[in-house]
Write a protein that binds this ligand. Sequence first.
Ligand code: GTP
Ligand code: MG
Length: 319
Amino acid sequence: VAPVEGADGAADQIADAVTRGDRAAIARLISLVERGAAEGAGAVARLHGRTGRAWTLGVTGAPGGGKSTLTGALVAALRARGETVGVLAVDPSSPFSGGAILGDRVRMQDHSTDEGVFIRSMASRGHLGGLALAAPEAVRVLDAAGMEWVVVETVGVGQAEVDIARHADTTLVVVNPGWGDAIQAAKAGLLEIADVFVVNKADRPGADDAAGDLEAMLDLGAGASGWRPPVVRTVALDGTGVGDLLAAVDRHRAWLDESGERDQRRRRRLGDEVRAIVAERLAGRAGALCTGEEFEALLDEVAAGRIDPWTAAGRILAN
Ligand SMILES: Nc1nc2c(ncn2[C@@H]2O[C@H](COP(=O)(O)OP(=O)(O)OP(=O)(O)O)[C@@H](O)[C@H]2O)c(=O)[nH]1
Ligand SMILES: [Mg+2]
């Protein structure tokens, strides 16, 4: 959605309030962004120049792997270091605030009274493309609000969800012991996007096997990027291994900074975002061009066999 002309005052106001860290303004702007509202687009556009300080952490993996519990534990560890954290739990599949989101809120409620933490769930309204566009906007809001870390949790099942997690500075892929979880993760395309692997629920049998599977798969693809994703075992429920996990994230962060890869990644991410916006806009135009009387008349011609679909499309585009 394009920024609305004449709404500059309101957009300025909300952008300034977000920059001051006003929690109500942050919540409101993320809601606007989630809805794809024009007012939100205007305000977030203003925020872009005030972003770039937050370190974004993607957390993805199969449903129920313990991503939210782990995120809660990471938030606690980061807060213990005195660092501020924004959390976005992105739920692309559920059309309304169902059990998963409620569950996330309950699990993360330890932090609900802490000013240094801002936790928010985002749901799509049956439109994945919308969420893929809205998620980076919401990250921008939390970044501009001064959060030093922004954690984005997505379920790594579909391409849109994987893309959202992949667009973090550091991406954690969470697997569990047993059931060939590591191999499932590989099939879902999660192997390529992981900067750090987490074998969570390491209190259960098979954690060593899962870690071994991952290391073996990493051996096959080693050497390409200069960073070999470490495999860290955690028990998110009681915090075991979370210190090691944070240390691995810190090492990845230092490596990205030193190698210059960080700037390249961010540039790539912005390129992807611009492309996605262009695609969304073109799709909107395509929808508008392919409805109405003229379109139906053209379709009559195609249905009657007088012109073929490609010719019809060519005529529409030539107009
Ligand atoms: N045994 C054990 N259970 C855990 C651990 N971490 C999380 N769980 C449990 O696993 C279940 C799912 O945890 P969540 O944190 O909701 O997992 P999730 O990946 O966020 O789930 P979705 O967002 O629904 O995909 C809950 O019942 C947790 O209590 C762990 O380290 N060990
Ligand atoms: Mg969750």
